[in-house]
Design a protein around this ligand. Structure first.
Ligand code: VGL
Ligand code: ZN
Length: 196
């Protein structure tokens, strides 16, 4: 693999896993596969980004304040922690999003690192050209992140065996994948990686 590739792991947080307040059905079942991608990229010293939903207690994103979602991923609560079985290497860059109480922000391209830099800036700095995306949820944050990656000119790969959707309507994930593919995302699975 060429050096201009990076991995983006979207929102693998307790509240999106079984037992959480906005559980993605079987959301935790993709974590072992995500860990294999993490190991693969880390072994090759390729950059790894992990986004997290990081909401204030009061935000228009939540039902109580006019949005569509139950409370989830409130800053500094256990629900906002990365799932305990996710094996994040210390080099992984954490990007937080959803802090603005006035708006929904689903895309990791709306997220910022500790220094306030956004994903696009960092990827361009590192001369990343190919972005590999996995995580939760297929039909929301993964979709928004993949579509933004394409818009921003990155060749974008959807890691099909390492995503799961909310499926408020039963076909939502299927439709999201179709839309990502139509816009140019390529589907791959772990066996497509060399020597994975
Ligand atoms: C997400 C719904 C609400 C996600 C975040 O990470 O996909 N979904 N907030
Ligand atoms: Zn959210």
């Amino acid at each position: 693999m060429a050096a201009n590739q990076a991995l983006l792991v979207v929102d693998v947080q307790n509240d999106f896993c079984p037992g959480g307040t906005l559980a993605v059905p079987q959301g935790d079942t993709v974590i072992p596969v995500i860990n294999r991608y993490l190991r693969f990229f880390n072994d090759k010293e390729l950059p790894i980004f992990v986004s997290r939903d990081w909401h204030p207690k009061e935000t228009k994103h939540f039902k109580r304040f006019g949005g569509i979602w139950p409370m989830h991923c409130v800053q500094n609560t256990p629900g906002a922690n990365f799932h305990a079985t996710l094996k994040l290497p210390p080099e992984a860059v954490i990007l937080s999003k959803g802090m603005d109480p006035e708006q929904d922000s689903y895309s990791a391209f709306q997220a910022k690192d500790e220094e306030g830099r956004d994903l696009k800036e960092i990827l361009e700095d590192l001369q990343v050209k190919h972005l590999f995306v996995c995580g939760l949820a297929t039909d929301y944050c993964v979709k928004a992140s993949v579509l933004d990656a394409i818009k921003n000119g990155f060749q974008t790969f959807l890691l099909l065996d390492a995503v799961k959707g909310v499926n408020m309507h039963p076909q939502d994930s299927r439709k999201a994948i179709d839309e990502m593919n139509k816009k140019g995302a390529k589907n791959i699975t772990i066996t497509d990686l060399p020597e994975a």
